[in-house]
Ligand binder design. Sequence first.
Ligand SMILES: Cc1cc2nc3c(=O)[nH]c(=O)nc-3n(C[C@H](O)[C@H](O)[C@H](O)COP(=O)(O)OP(=O)(O)OC[C@H]3O[C@@H](n4cnc5c(N)ncnc54)[C@H](O)[C@@H]3O)c2cc1C
Length: 492
Amino acid sequence: MNTSAPPEHFDVLIVGAGISGLGAAYHLSTQMPGTRFVALESKPTFGGTWVTHRYPGIRSDSDLYTFGYRFKPWTSAPIATADEILRYLGEVIEENRLGEHIRYQHRILSAAWSGTDKRWHLQVRREDTGELLHFSCGFLWMCQGYYQHEQGYTPEWAGMASYQGRIVHPQTWPEDLDYKGKRVVVIGSGATAATLIPAMADDCAHITMLQRSPTYFRTARNLNELADMLRQLELPEAWIHEIVRRKVLFEQGAFAARALREPEAVKQELVGNVRAILGDKVDVDKHFTPHYRPWQQRLAFVPDADLFQAVNRGKASVVTDEIECFTPTGLKLKSGDTLHADIIITATGFKLSPLGDIPFSIDGQPLEFGETVTYRGAMFTGVPNLLWIFGYLRWSWTLRVDLMADFVCRLLQHMKATGAQVVTPQLRPVDAQMPLGPWVAPDNFNPGYLARGMHLLPRQGDAEPWQNTQDYELERKQIPQARLDDGALRFE
Ligand SMILES: Cc1cc2nc3c(=O)[nH]c(=O)nc-3n(C[C@H](O)[C@H](O)[C@H](O)COP(=O)(O)OP(=O)(O)OC[C@H]3O[C@@H](n4cnc5c(N)ncnc54)[C@H](O)[C@@H]3O)c2cc1C
């Protein structure tokens, strides 16, 4: 870093130009006009997740009435392709002139808080020129997502090196991958597998979903009847967006409550729907009846039952078994069966990346993020002037972007009004005996990438404001009313 040159300084610096960073930029520019802010993004373009993932069929598994922002109507089918999402985000940038605030190909390498000048100092590398730059800011708004973009997670299996076909992780999809007429095995049965398989099935000789254990799938047509009806009535799109959003949220809330209240009935319903489509072609008890409660992991949505239709056409099949080892021609399974494959796709998830793998320090001391306690799943004890957007895992991620953005703007306005330069969450004497638990309770929600990386994440308490509830219905009421003067936030 060129330390002799003064840093380029901003009131607020946003890390990332994915759906969270762009939402942050929109809310800052509309709720706090005049704020000097910049969004630094390491990629050459915006969109984050929706740029990184380019595998066949890539699409949302949430409806865009809630995965879209509250301020920009969604006007198409609820489940959207990556390209449609990118078009929507491009319009948000264009319509709100956010482009002038975004710098692409700027990777943050380190972040250091200085109590002397009460600023974050960031070392940044230009990805196009290699130049090292120095930025500083009063408030650091982390919108870097939650996983490493460079590489997905692939477990190590015995014999992998001997396999003569191609191993592909969906996150780093090779542009030249030719799967026409090939035998393909997809390891995993989450949303990614459920997307890939119907998109590839008709081109492959055969595609097999290999899962260790079954997943819940929900299926429906990719349309929203209420939205289509309101459009026939020629209502303004902003009204349609708001009405449909409320209905979707109401229904999701009711579903989540039922999944908790009567898990067995919900389970039978979900599995029954799959059985109705697959009939007796497939052993539904074995392959589509999960061992966990519905909603304990994200429900994979299958629009228009396309995954099951590929199975019905005989182009795709499901195997529930465990991998013993890779062989030169495919996989040997623990049951003793073998699967031949020209291509093996490891839809095995992400590598968790809290705080974007950026080394953080506070007045020269390295920050051990896992030793902090979270304030509302967004700020951290002992970490000044920093907020992370970690969205909802079961609800649409973006609902939390809008909600937390309102909170940041209220917090910054409060600091401006009171002349405070620093805000740091701190446990109060009354919180001293509070039991602390993991960032997300494993019996609440337990996907593999969180389980693997839980020790890297902050802990949470058992009462407001120290919880990461992951409960939109609760937070939509709590956060707008959150008191700033309850002592949990220390202002200087
Ligand atoms: C395939 C897939 C499908 C998904 N579908 C849904 C869905 O339907 N509904 C849902 O709610 N959620 C979904 N998710 C979760 C999804 O990641 C989020 O909903 C959302 O897109 C995350 O947005 P984000 O902006 O917070 O993070 P990201 O999309 O991860 O963007 C973060 C950005 O920060 C940049 N960045 C990171 N570190 C640095 C650094 N050091 N310097 C500079 N820039 C940096 C990255 O390059 C990236 O552009 C999906 C995830 C995946 C992987």
